[in-house]
Design a protein around this ligand. Structure first.
Ligand code: SF4
Ligand code: SF4
Length: 431
């Protein structure tokens, strides 16, 4: 079946598949190949399976779904590839193909529908979920269930509890629609994209981001009407929903006269930067998507590119930096976070081995492919622990949750903070 035939509109494009020259240079960059040693779970093997499906010699069946499903979509293979294979686009196409052609059991369909089409899109539902988690954590119930080991009775559900994010009350939703003035003379007007789940689980990170930008002469606007970037939807193959969300954010942010549009999560930023590709065939939005993209930056990238306010206090600690896959491999931003860490007085950066290997978070991967995610995390924590760092810096919210779980299970009490939170801490110490 041709990749462009109507039944196969959502599929890896032939032109992308043909770029692979089967050299295998990507194999050892791939966490699932390193873990399993199986060609079928390597980038080259997965591309081969996509080619077979595109050519009609293999079905979109259980084997295809299993091997495509086990991919972290971390895009480390893209960085390693000498042939310029756009693996991120291929895996999104393959997942869209599976989404369009495979029939899931009713409970799975209902759960996915609730998660992707209701929960992450609704501030009200996210707030309710956040309050429930907050009660569970603030009353000590979480500590109790973890200390007694009662969670073991709940099988996989009990294991997943280890990944429960902190609900950070008060939630960041209260700041949506507000404008925060620059400290001193205004140098930039910034539109800040606060995310969806981050409003509940990373409210303090979002507040720290606003403060650090204010310290650096930015007026920060958190425009009303913004919402989920669509990364979660794109990663599971729900490309139409991702497009709908992209259009909404584009309208909201192009309505403001921002010098720059910023976000603080590498995973979201990668999808935001790909809005022009996502909407390339939409005549009404293709140009708008390019205008949006032209003003969009990751907050690390922006701050590393301006003259930073140096009024910081000391943080006398050893830090190690975990690259966000979608910031490093997707957006090619590697030096900016390191540069910012280097600006903090007293802070010493010690690189871990394979810092740009995935930690196993990968959106909802650590929930749906829990065993593999935890195996990848264990290796990551060996590399983290070997540095002796007391602080783990990250640039993506999903990585932070996964690394926090890693510290609880395999670590030595290290703190896990976003690069921007470290800057914020340094600015606060200067007061
Ligand atoms: S995206 Fe990551 S897990 Fe998937 S094939 Fe590439 S390197 Fe392997
Ligand atoms: S994806 Fe790139 S590195 Fe991997 S086998 Fe194909 S051409 Fe080689």
């Amino acid at each position: 079946m041709a990749a462009s035939s109507p039944a196969n509109v959502h599929a890896p494009a032939r032109i992308d598949l043909d770029r692979c020259i089967h050299c295998g240079l990507c194999l050892y960059a791939c966490p699932t190949f390193r873990e399993l040693g199986l060609e079928m779970d390597s980038p080259r093997g997965r591309i081969y399976q996509m080619v077979q499906v595109a050519g009609g010699s293999a079905p979109v069946g259980p084997s295809y779904i299993e091997h495509i499903g086990l991919c972290l979509a971390c895009r480390a293979c893209e960085s390693a590839c000498p042939s310029g294979v756009s693996y991120g686009r291929l895996i999104e196409g393959a997942r869209a193909q599976i989404e369009a052609q495979c029939h899931r059991a009713l409970p799975v369909r209902l759960l996915r529908n609730f998660l992707f089409n209701h929960l992450v899109l609704s501030p009200a539902l996210l707030s309710i979920a956040g309050v429930l988690i907050y009660i569970y954590q603030a009353t000590g119930l979480q500590r109790l269930t973890r200390a007694t080991g009662i969670l073991k009775l709940f099988g996989k559900l009990g294991k997943l509890e280890r990944l429960t994010p902190h609900a950070e009350w008060p939630f960041f939703f209260r700041h949506i629609g507000k404008t925060f003035p620059a400290e001193g003379q205004r140098r930039y007007k910034v539109g800040f994209l606060a995310g969806c789940i981050a409003n509940v689980c990373f409210a303090r990170l979002n507040e720290a981001t606003v403060r650090v930008l204010q310290k650096n002469g930015c007026e920060v606007v958190v425009p009303d009407g913004q919402g989920c970037c669509g990364a979660l939807h794109a990663h599971v193959g729900q490309l139409e929903k991702a497009r709908e969300l992209a259009r909404r954010n584009i309208d909201v942010f192009l309505a403001g006269d921002y010098d720059v549009i910023l976000n603080n999560a590498g995973g979201c930023g990668s999808t935001l930067k790909e809005y022009p590709e996502l909407l390339a065939n939409d005549p009404a939005y293709a140009e708008k998507a390019r205008q949006f993209r032209a003003r969009l930056m990751d907050v690390n990238e922006f701050l590393a590119g301006i003259e930073l306010n140096p009024a910081m206090g000391r943080i006398d600690e050893m830090v190690t930096y975990q690259d966000s896959c979608h910031l490093a491999h997707g957006q090619k931003v590697r030096s900016a976070p390191r540069k910012l860490l280097g600006e903090v007085p007293g802070l010493k950066l010690r690189e871990m081995r394979l810092s740009d290997q995935c930690c196993g978070s990968a959106g909802v991967y650590n929930i749906v492919q829990h065993e593999m995610a935890m195996a990848v995390l264990e290796k990551k924590m060996e590399d983290v622990n070997a540095t002796g760092a007391t602080l783990i810096a990250a640039s993506n919210t999903g990585c932070m949750l996964q690394l926090e779980a890693g510290v609880r299970i395999h670590g030595h009490g290290q703190r896990v903070l976003h690069v921007i939170q470290i800057l914020d801490e340094a600015y606060r110490k200067a007061r």
